[in-house]
Design a binder for this molecule. Structure first.
Ligand SMILES: [Zn+2]
Length: 336
């Protein structure tokens, strides 16, 4: 019998149960990390809401596709992948950190006292623990901006101002966007978008988004739209607002399968890109988005602190997820 720890175990749609489970061991090539903070990803909230035994074949197909994208791990085990902590033990062959290092890492299991990872990044002292719990989502947007080849002077639209939307905003600005326009449906998030530096914000509840964007872009439309909503209506607006040769970047899971409008794609010469980030086959080790994200925070190029709206203990994890579902929070950190 190994050591025991507390972990929030995902039991069924809308329900974590904090349980005592066996602490993971320092096997070959991994570090055991004592988690200090784990931030809640929007994708975790989607998974939390889902029906795990869907009758509907579309629901089954979506779960299968998500699972396959992560190498066959059942989708509901991929929770808690945005964390930081301290290395407490290292397995044989783990050479890029030592016991006592403050780190962030790739992998899941952050909603518990300890987890393991084979891809660990030692933190510089300028990056706080709270900030480090948001390195992974920032790295996703770094990767997305690089892969979508946004260039200096581009006019950018970002649909959705959750944590990922606002990191996309800051990454686009850091990369030289000329103007960034945000569309959103929550008052809190519209306010945050302004505070973080959006050039224009559009309340999609009571404005004609496509027409307003035409006005704000001198009739040209945006060079790139990043959709961080997972909303079918936002997807339709994206295809409508893009001008000839525009780029559509899809960064979230739609909870229903959409009809793909190939005629619009062809007639407008659109470039439609899907971006499941966090898959290391898309970058070279020298331009690992985690390293770029750490550097951006260290050098004050992105703001992290204003995005953290709550820090909650592990025992309150269901409340934290419920608040995010209601759109009442920005980034929420769980402290195991
Ligand atoms: Zn995530």
């Amino acid at each position: 019998m190994g050591l025991i720890m507390k972990q929030a175990v995902f039991e069924s749609a809308g329900n974590f149960v904090v349980k005592e489970v066996t602490r993971p061991e320092a096997v070959e090539g991994v570090a055991v990390i004592q988690v200090r903070y784990c931030s809640i990803c929007g994708s975790d909230v989607h998974l939390y809401e889902w029906d795990w035994e869907p009758e509907d074949p579309k629901g089954k197909a979506t779960l299968k596709a998500v699972s396959e994208a992560f190498g066959g791990i059942p989708a509901h085990f991929i929770l808690g992948h945005q964390y930081c902590g301290e290395v407490v033990e290292i397995g044989p062959g783990m050479e890029n950190c030592k016991v006592g290092d403050r780190v962030t890492a790739r992998g899941a299991g952050g909603y518990g006292e300890f987890t393991v990872s084979d891809q660990v990044y030692v933190l510089p002292e300028e990056v706080t623990d709270e900030q480090a719990a948001l390195i992974e989502p920032l790295s996703v947007t770094v990767d997305v901006i690089r892969r979508s080849q946004m260039v200096l002077g581009d006019v950018v639209v970002i649909q959705g101002a959750g944590t990922i939307g606002l990191f996309t905003l800051q990454s686009a600005k850091a990369a030289g966007a000329r103007k960034v326009i945000i569309t959103e449906v929550s008052d809190l998030r519209l306010e945050k978008a302004k505070e973080i530096g959006a050039d224009e914000v559009i309340d999609a509840r009571n404005e004609d988004v496509v027409q307003k964007i035409q006005e704000l872009t001198g009739g040209y439309g945006p060079d790139i739209v990043y959709d961080c909503t997972g909303n079918p209506e936002a997807n339709r607006k994206m295809m409508e607002m893009l001008p000839s040769h525009g780029k559509a970047v899809i960064m979230s899971t739609y909870l229903e399968n959409l009809e793909i409008d190939f005629n619009t794609i062809m007639l407008k010469n659109l470039n439609v890109m899907g971006m499941l980030s966090g898959t290391p086959d898309t970058w070279e080790p020298r331009s690992d988005p985690f390293l770029i994200a750490i550097d951006l925070i260290k050098r004050g190029k992105v703001k992290i602190d204003p995005l953290i709206s709550a820090i909650m203990p592990l025992e309150k994890i269901n409340e934290a997820f419920a608040a995010l579902e209601r759109g009442e929070e920005m980034a929420v950190l769980i402290k195991p």
